[in-house]
Design a protein. Structure first.
Ligand code: PKZ
Ligand code: UBL
Length: 267
């Protein structure tokens, strides 16, 4: 009986392997499906650990979440080469801004995430089952992107509390995923918070995924991602009138870095 099951298992694995070799679409779907499954299952196991260790919703849970997610890269043959970690060592809070290419960014995020740092996320993620629950427990700040006024109110609250709570805040200023190898124009929320709280902005840039990941072409292979944490940009003395300039400055620096890290000639 056991031998029968074993043979069936081997046959299914062989079939999947052949299908993956033959069809890029199957290969892509299975790899991405496995990625989702990892998040879903690992979240279910991590929720009770966070509750037992830290008792509820707190940024301290991010240390536990980070430890788990940092192992995922080995399943997909991804390598991260990180430069400039020392730039996170500013005294007190800061706003961290980075480019956002795909859901694979969650691995890159956890690879460099400093302690006591929460992320801003779209509120829809709160309802993603066990993943939503673990994100909630990690202290993530949820915003409604469809309502500028409510998102602005949440962001203003963040600007007020980040100094008292001494937390860093990680924002994806493109506001959505973008896997084109370039940057979308930046939204201004992150830069408003930085100016309101008078804290530095630390840009983080991940090289383009396009050589190993492209959902439109069913491409998802192993690969290396270069990450650079850039020097903090001070905002002391800036006012709301300077937010546009600050946004442009960050955008230009990050775009140049993205092209350099991705081996793409600048424009
Ligand atoms: C064990 C297993 C674990 C598994 C689990 C692991 C994962 C654990 C980590 C989870 C991590 C999740 C990561 C998710 C990642 C996303 O969900 S990305 C999507 C959500 N994030 C964002 O959207 C952030 C970026 N967006 C912004 O900052 C946007 O500015 C806002 C606040 C949403 C507003 O949106 P908007 O209205 O479309 O944007 P915008 O054109 O910037 O603003 C309109 C006007 O309001 C002004 N304005 C904007 N913000 C402000 C403000 N705060 N104050 C005053 N004025 C403002 C602007 O200046 C602008 O006015 P003008 O200058 O044009 O006159
Ligand atoms: C009972 C409900 C069950 C729902 C099950 C859903 C299972 C979800 C399982 C795994 C999700 C893994 C991904 C983890 C977090 C991904 C964060 C992310 O990258 O969000 C995208 C967001 O930045 C921008 O969104 P858009 O590009 O604007 O769109």
């Amino acid at each position: 009986m056991e031998l029968g099951w074993l043979l069936w298992g081997a046959a299914v694995l062989l079939l999947l392997h052949v299908l993956m070799e033959l069809s890029p679409a199957v290969n892509f779907a299975l790899r991405i499906g496995f990625y989702y499954l990892l998040f879903f299952v690992c979240s279910a196991f991590t929720v009770p650990v966070c509750l037992l260790v830290n008792g509820g919703r707190t940024v301290k849970n991010m240390r536990i979440i980070k430890t788990v997610v940092k192992t995922f890269k080995y399943f997909f043959g991804l390598r991260f080469e990180v430069k400039g970690r020392e730039n996170f060592e500013v005294e007190g809070p800061a706003i961290i801004v980075s480019n956002h290419q795909s859901i694979l960014d969650m691995m890159g995020l956890m690879e460099v995430l400093p302690d006591d740092c929460v992320q801003v996320a779209k509120k829809e993620l709160m309802y993603a089952g066990t993943v939503g629950l673990i994100i909630y427990l990690g202290g993530v700040i949820f915003i409604n992107r469809k309502s500028t006024s409510s998102a602005k109110m949440v962001m203003a609250e963040v600007a007020k509390t980040m100094a008292t709570d001494n937390v860093k805040v990680w924002v994806y200023p493109e506001g959505t995923r973008n896997c084109t190898g370039d940057l979308l124009p930046f939204k201004k929320g992150a830069f408003h918070i930085a100016v309101q709280a008078q804290v530095p902005v630390i840009p983080v840039v991940y090289s383009s995924f396009t050589t190993f990941y492209n959902p439109k072409k069913n491409l998802f292979t192993s690969g290396k991602i270069k990450v650079e944490v850039l020097p903090p940009i001070e905002t002391k003395g800036l006012t709301s009138d300077d937010v546009s300039d600050l946004t442009d400055r960050c955008y230009r620096t990050m775009r140049e870095t993205l092209f350099r890290l991705s081996g793409r000639p600048g424009e």
